[in-house]
Design a protein around this ligand. Structure first.
Ligand SMILES: [Zn+2]
Length: 249
């Protein structure tokens, strides 16, 4: 599970001479308050997702100071720039697990929930990266850090492209919960619509390797599929190049 990352550690050190900083993330697990939260807390702890997340941050994120990751509580997932802290409630992961359990057996549902968590951790850490480095965002910051999370998973997480597809599936589940029509306020929201987040994530995965993921965008109407596939290849290249202006490597 970790082998790809450790090879990356060696490669970065060898190529750039950049020291493996380590320990940029300070993790805290708040007590679980219900049996379901306890189950989710255990799932997070034994999955190894936090360690893998920490390794990506340590390797690629130029952060000024320690980033705190606090599991539990009611608020979140969110990043608080004043405290330079990320908050991820157990209930968020629990809800993801319940969505995946609708059509997967337990083990595969757990993988779906943990992959969703990884995308969320990298998304929130993306806000920290933007804040810490005063990165100019010309558009929706939420879209920018969604793209960053997907990019990092594809490139630096073991089986990360498949995991990003799971994270996209979560956006699809959430979109099915919405009303048939959006409120006007939702058109002004800082986030794109769930179904847009679903397709944007799939678009980057497709664009990263069109041969391997050749059927990934097949839900798109046939008359525009080829056009969108070409766009996604170009988009992935742009996102990859542009984010690397702000990443270590
Ligand atoms: Zn966000």
């Amino acid at each position: 599970m970790m082998s790809k990352l450790w090879i990356a550690v060696a490669a970065v050190a060898a190529v750039t001479g950049h020291a493996y900083a380590g320990n940029l993330v300070k993790v805290k697990y708040q007590p679980a308050t219900t049996p379901h939260e306890m189950q989710v807390k255990h799932l997070i702890e034994q999955s190894g997702v936090t360690t893998e997340f920490e390794q990506v941050i340590d390797l690629y994120f130029p952060l000024d100071k320690e980033l705190r990751l606090i599991y539990g509580g009611r608020e979140g997932p969110l990043y608080d720039p004043q405290l330079h802290a990320m908050y991820v409630p157990y209930t968020f992961v629990g809800e993801a697990l319940n969505y995946f359990l609708q059509d997967r057996e337990q083990k595969l549902a757990e993988i779906g929930a943990i992959d969703t968590l990884m995308h969320t951790l990298l998304h929130e850490a993306g806000h920290a990266l933007v804040f810490d480095n005063r990165i100019p965002i010309l558009g929706k910051e939420e879209d920018a850090v969604d793209n960053l999370a997907t990019l990092l998973m594809i490139k630096y997480v073991d089986k990360g492209a498949e995991a990003a597809i799971n994270a996209a599936t979560m956006f699809d589940y959430e979109s099915q919960d919405g009303n048939e029509f959006y409120d006007y306020s939702e058109y002004i929201d800082e986030h794109s619509f769930e179904l847009q987040r679903y397709f944007s994530t799939l678009c980057l995965v497709y664009g990263s390797n069109p041969q391997v993921f050749d059927e990934l965008l097949d839900e798109v109407e046939e008359e525009s599929l080829e056009d969108k596939q070409d766009t996604c290849i170009a988009t992935f290249q742009d996102i990859d190049e542009n984010w690397h202006h702000y990443l270590i490597d």
